[in-house]
Design a protein around this ligand. Structure first.
Ligand SMILES: [Cu+2]
Length: 345
């Protein structure tokens, strides 16, 4: 059902033709996708307002708030919850896919025509034509035009992805460890939250996706730009959340930075995306986006500070040791249980 709906919605021939003409007529059309982002921001503002009137205490979001996770049998990208993600999804579904489909169809039809009309029986005396200026200009000019059309949204997307966060944006530093994640909040007292994969049976009991659920999520405020920095503590990891269109390598000795934005409150899952050792597949990422008041309540519950309160204390905010309370979870310093062969090689 999903696939059908999607195909009907996204690949409609009119939207394809419209997109092509709009972009030919006015490159600014590439920015047309800004609109849904604004709509998203409105929704965020609404939910934030309703949250403010409610109690600003923090309670972890339940499984009903899971928004970004892989689904069995799904096609194309996950649903996107960030402006860049929506733009990229639009480019894929409304520009690239229809173009690829049209080109493939054209080539197929031409091949069939050649097979049917110019085989030995139907056309015993082949033409000796070796040049045709009109056709040569067309088959050079059209592909160039198509590439120019693709280049407009493509280069726009690249530049948007490299945009850094505004100066006053909240900073969150993500550290990749073998094999778990640490989330540091330097603007809120500098405490670090250690995030380990939740044991499978516990996750199932709680209705959370096994091997994606974690003990401590990375809690972020919704609807505001965040300066997300990544670094590796030991080897190269990669912080990736597909539904937020975010992937950034975490390299030892180097701080990478990109703007991170979540449009709607919810839980978004990702995984380490750089092969980093034995338990690389067991260091999932869970981002929990909540309205500002709940975020600040969460910060306080972690012993952090909000908006410079606490002053000097902020530097001595308790650091959570990089260790896991969960038995059997991949914690710091522990040797991985490697499946070493019993027999000699
Ligand atoms: Cu990793």
């Amino acid at each position: 059902m999903k696939i059908g709906d999607h195909a009907r919605k996204r690949m409609h021939i009119f939207s394809f033709i419209l997109a092509i003409f709009a972009m030919l007529a006015m490159p600014q059309a590439a920015f047309a996708q800004e609109a849904p982002a604004e709509a998203g921001a409105d929704a965020v503002a609404e939910s934030a307002a309703s949250a403010e009137s409610a109690d600003a205490a923090y309670t972890p979001l339940g499984p009903d708030m899971i928004k970004g996770q892989p689904e069995p049998g799904a096609l194309t990208f996950q649903k996107q919850y960030s402006p860049n993600g929506e733009y990229a999804l639009w480019m894929h579904d409304a520009v690239l896919l229809p173009l690829i489909a049209a080109i493939s169809l054209l080539v197929l039809i031409l091949l069939l025509v050649v097979v049917a009309r110019y085989n030995r029986r139907a056309n015993p005396v082949p033409s000796k034509t070796s040049h045709n200026t009109l056709i040569e200009v067309l088959w050079t000019g059209l592909p160039v035009l198509i590439l120019v059309v693709i280049a407009v949204p493509s280069i726009t997307l690249i530049s948007r992805q490299y945009q850094s966060a505004p100066k006053d944006a909240l900073t969150i530093k993500v550290t990749g460890y073998q094999w778990y994640w640490g989330y540091t909040y330097p603007d809120n007292g500098g405490f670090e939250v250690i995030s380990n994969m939740m044991p499978e049976d516990e996750a199932i009991d709680k209705g959370l996706p096994p091997q994606l659920a974690v003990d401590n999520r990375m809690v972020v405020p919704v609807g505001e730009p965040i300066r997300l920095q990544t670094i590796g503590a030991d080897v190269i990891h990669s912080f990736a959340v597909p539904s937020l269109w975010f992937k950034l390598d975490a390299v030892p000795g180097r701080l990478n930075e990109r703007e991170f934005y979540v449009e709607e409150p919810g839980i978004y899952y990702g995984q380490c995306s750089e092969l980093c050792g034995a338990r690389h597949g067991f260091m999932p990422i869970a981002v929990e986006a909540v309205p500002r008041p709940q975020f600040e309540a969460w910060i306080r519950s972690q012993g952090g500070t909000v908006g410079g309160e606490g002053g000097a204390e902020s530097t001595s905010a308790p650091l959570i040791a990089p260790d896991s309370a969960i038995e059997g979870a991949p914690a710091a310093g522990e040797e991985p249980e490697l499946a070493t062969p019993e027999t000699e090689v």
